[in-house]
Design a protein around this ligand. Structure first.
Ligand code: IPD
Ligand code: CA
Length: 268
């Protein structure tokens, strides 16, 4: 078995256990532990507990690897592989009881910085929905045992797109303006705001969305999902066009609309 395949299998096992912990904690009730970058940017006790579990399992299985997690930050390793982890992507959904939240675990080679890393394996698991999206570099993207591919074409009604918003209210006018530019240009039949960037990317891979764009994502939001997209035959792009490193723009889509979406969003 390849290294990529081994990393994928490990990520699947850990995501399942971590997801089960998130789900049972949710059933027991959610406590907001703190706010982070903005009042709307919350962390629950479960986020912390789930990340601790993932980190402990990874350290036990692969002690020489590095780690970068949303809640506990980074540690460089010696193996050249770093795990990039979002314990609960879609924390606001989680806090409100909306089932669209995901455990996102990726293994990357190189610096754990999007654009500089090479993603080796990635898993996006939605415990409340029981869907395990997984990919290994060069070995395809899968939902359970079913191989995924992006939508090959987009019908005359236009593309089904998704987007998201960062937590800082100051970014909202720019986000709304971006939507106003993108929707007529692609064109879009409709727009979703699902609340979990990792799931949005997995949905592009699965053909449930034709494209997705968002500003301001962090490495752990996109590490696993971007590999799902490219392994499913889609295209993924990220750039820092206006706001610098704090407001990177991400575009993921079927090749049928990628260039139009990227151009309208200002990626190129
Ligand atoms: C957030 C979600 C959301 C996206 C935000 C992310 P979190 O992650 O992925 O969909 O729009 O940009 O920060 O805080 O729930 O892990
Ligand atoms: Ca996230």
């Amino acid at each position: 078995m390849s290294l990529e395949h081994d990393l994928e299998s490990l990520a699947i096992d850990i995501a399942r256990e971590a997801g089960e912990l998130a789900r049972t904690r949710r059933e027991a009730g959610v406590a907001i532990a703190a706010t982070k970058t903005a009042l709307a940017d919350i962390v629950t006790e479960a986020d912390r507990e789930v990340e601790a579990l993932i980190r402990a399992r990874l350290t036990a299985a692969r002690p020489d690897d590095g780690f970068l997690g949303e809640e506990t930050g980074g540690d460089s390793g010696e193996s050249g592989v770093t795990w990039v982890v979002d314990p609960i992507d879609g924390t606001v959904n989680y806090a409100y009881g909306i089932p669209s939240y995901a455990v996102s675990i990726a293994a990357v080679r190189g610096e754990p910085t999007p654009g500089e890393w090479e993603a080796l394996a990635g898993v996006v698991y939605t415990p409340a929905l029981g869907e395990m999206f997984h990919a290994a570099r060069g070995e395809g993207a899968w939902l359970g045992v079913n191989r995924l591919s992006v939508n090959p074409e987009v019908g005359g009604a236009g593309a089904l797109l998704a987007t998201g918003f960062g937590y800082d209210p100051a970014t909202r006018p720019g986000d709304i303006e971006l939507i106003g530019r993108v929707m007529p240009a692609v064109p879009a039949r409709d727009l979703r705001r699902g609340g979990s960037a990792a799931s949005d990317l997995a949905f592009v891979a699965a053909g449930r969305l034709d494209g997705y764009f968002e500003r301001g994502l962090a490495p752990w939001d996109l590490a696993a999902g971007s590999l799902l997209v490219t392994e499913a035959g889609g295209r993924f792009g990220r750039a820092e066009p206006d706001g610098g490193p704090r407001a990177p723009l991400v575009v993921a889509a079927t090749p049928a609309i990628f260039d139009r979406l990227a151009e309208a969003a200002g990626l190129a």
